[in-house]
Write a protein that binds this ligand. Sequence first.
Ligand SMILES: Cc1cc2nc3c(=O)[nH]c(=O)nc-3n(C[C@H](O)[C@H](O)[C@H](O)COP(=O)(O)OP(=O)(O)OC[C@H]3O[C@@H](n4cnc5c(N)ncnc54)[C@H](O)[C@@H]3O)c2cc1C
Ligand SMILES: NC(=O)c1ccc[n+]([C@@H]2O[C@H](COP(=O)([O-])OP(=O)(O)OC[C@H]3O[C@@H](n4cnc5c(N)ncnc54)[C@H](O)[C@@H]3O)[C@@H](O)[C@H]2O)c1
Length: 443
Amino acid sequence: MTMQYDYDVLYLGSGHGTFDGAIPLAQSGVKVGIIEADMIGGTCPNYGCNAKITLDAPVVLTRAAERLSGIVQGNLTIDWTQNEAHKEVVINDLPDMIGGLLDQSGIDVIHGRGVFEDNHTIIVDGKAVTADKIVVSTGLRPHRLDISGSELAHDSRDFMALKSLPQKIAIIGSGYISMEFVTIANAAGAEITVLMHGDRALRQFHAPYVDKVVSDLEQRGVTFIQNAEVTAFEEKGDQIQVTYSDNQSLSVDWVLDASGRIPNVDNIGLEKIGLTYNQSGIPVNGYLQTNIDNIYASGDVIDKTQPKLTPTAIFESTYLFKQFAGQTNAPIQYPVVPSVVFTSPRIAQAGVLVQDAEKGDYEVQQTDLTKDWYRQVDNETIADNTLIFDQQHHLVGVTEVSEQAENVVNTLLPAIEFKFGPDEIGRLIHLFPSIGMATWGQL
Ligand SMILES: Cc1cc2nc3c(=O)[nH]c(=O)nc-3n(C[C@H](O)[C@H](O)[C@H](O)COP(=O)(O)OP(=O)(O)OC[C@H]3O[C@@H](n4cnc5c(N)ncnc54)[C@H](O)[C@@H]3O)c2cc1C
Ligand SMILES: NC(=O)c1ccc[n+]([C@@H]2O[C@H](COP(=O)([O-])OP(=O)(O)OC[C@H]3O[C@@H](n4cnc5c(N)ncnc54)[C@H](O)[C@@H]3O)[C@@H](O)[C@H]2O)c1
């Protein structure tokens, strides 16, 4: 290790943008430190993916029972308080588990908020910590509407910590967090109004599939109001009045501000050291290096075109491990990056998107999957996919709306990434009956 500094590599933040790579890096003999201001493991395990998918599990179950109603007898309902308590049981040990792995690997975890002093020094609680290389992996935080009464609104972390479910909820925005939480709260019995910024929900996903999910939620009692410019929140007794557009208003028990997430780049001394950033995060080169040679960025805080998701954060932290451990000197090369919104049904996609395929030289194959035998087994009523092939009939993209869309897209990733043609596809035997077999049968 470079004796001049406390660490060879120091990470600011302990989420997936850090720990998946920091652990093997430390195990390879590199001296590693991690500074964390909040919970070890960051957003995903504690107040993101893992917490959310646990709350979603009973929704999947009740939807399956609903599709087979008459065969499955009786009405299943979700007890919010029990669901929340189960989520706590499932995720509460994760920070200790991740902290234990860091400890066993010989990584020092420094608790506190870090602020850059110079290119090699971060100050935590008045104490200087130095390193040869520093990785900024500070992630995103909720964007909050800058309007009167904004302190009355809550964020996604507050939502997942609710001990009882408010009866009437207003949700601002119609992106990932909004649509997943609408699904969960509606299934548990809340009355929800979604105040949309524009006229489309989930802009990243194929509009006709999003429309199916939105219509289904409308039939389940959710109200979507398009082009609603929210201007104020005001306490009226035990209710909150939400004012939007031309002085229209509604009264609710609870407000979720799901208007996006913004990078944690402010008040951490980046200006002081001259590190370049913008409102999308920190620009990096192919080596994830910032404009300052010894300072890198990883995970959601990077200004990137790839989706800001856990798997991309893991890929980046693992790439940095390989680079720092001398296993690669090539720039990062992302594989095809899938994404999914965990509504019920889900919408998932990877590779060439449908709207781009329609403009290019591709073969576009659309299938109504409700006619597929395997989907009829559990009476799926919303199930479609679009497969996109190049001129050599290599699969280059997939988009699906269905109960198992995430598994379908995962199954097809090798075909897209490794450009499998009919010969390779013909060499594979899948288990039957299974979603994998049904999916590969479409190629
Ligand atoms: C509600 C929700 C649901 C999600 N669901 C999914 C999903 O289903 N699938 C998926 O792939 N992705 C999901 N995501 C996104 C996923 O959580 C992120 O992509 C992932 O956590 C990014 O990891 P990261 O390490 O870059 O950032 P983070 O996990 O946010 O970690 C950054 C860490 O840096 C710390 N930090 C910040 N500033 C400082 C400082 N100055 N000093 C010390 N520490 C600091 C923070 O406390 C935090 O712990 C979800 C996100 C949310 C909010
Ligand atoms: N399933 C998943 O992988 C998953 C789930 C949740 C979150 N995430 C990640 O978390 C991040 C944030 O998700 P999100 O839902 O907060 O962001 P988002 O960008 O998906 O959605 C933000 C929503 O807020 C709206 N909006 C923007 N400005 C507004 C304003 N001024 N007033 C009202 N509405 C406004 C947008 O139109 C959009 O509908 C994303 O990076 C996403 O990748 C991923």
